[in-house]
Design a protein around this ligand. Sequence first.
Ligand code: GDP
Length: 193
Amino acid sequence: VLGEGKEGQQHSDSVSGPVRTLRVKMVLLGSSGVGKSSLALRFGKDEFRKTSPTVGCAYLTRVVHLSGVSLRFEIWDTAGQEKYHSVTPLYYRGAQAALVLYDISSRETFIRAQLWVTELERQCGPGSTVVWLVGNKADLDQNRQVSAQEGQVLAGSKGLSFIETSALSGDQVSELLDAVAHRVYGSMGEQQG
Ligand code: GDP
């Protein structure tokens, strides 16, 4: 477990020699209660807290090392703004990655996820942000209301990537961050030509 105030570290590919560090803003979206703060905490500190976690700062950081480059993720949580069904445009500004979460045990949050995807497209424009659709609370399989296939189909129809995670158990959390890091780095290369 990483101490308070320390940056999380995630090693992906092997590292040799001096590395560049690039800043990546990643925003978390989705209905209240789907696990945004919990997932942010897992990314940032690899912790889970049973009581609803208040991140207590604007964002958490996590460094992901790829070969020859380090990505310093700034992981932003809506801090409850989503209760009003919209988030200030400032939240989206400059985001290279976005995760749209729903809770696999709540169909309503899945329906709302589609609205968050639309809002994200409106705010960021098509194609400028790497977007993942995330079915969280995968540990609640016995209460599942949304099948993985439905998630996959929605993601496919919007051109998004898809994964199911559990912020509670940590399942698929580092895999998700790793996949986002690779995709964001790839898209930075494309933008630079
Ligand atoms: P937010 O409102 O989207 O930020 O959601 P929170 O992170 O505050 O989580 C809402 C509730 O869901 C809290 O009681 C969390 O403990 C719980 N929770 C979050 N992630 C998971 C998960 O992966 N599995 C389960 N079973 N509960 C979770």
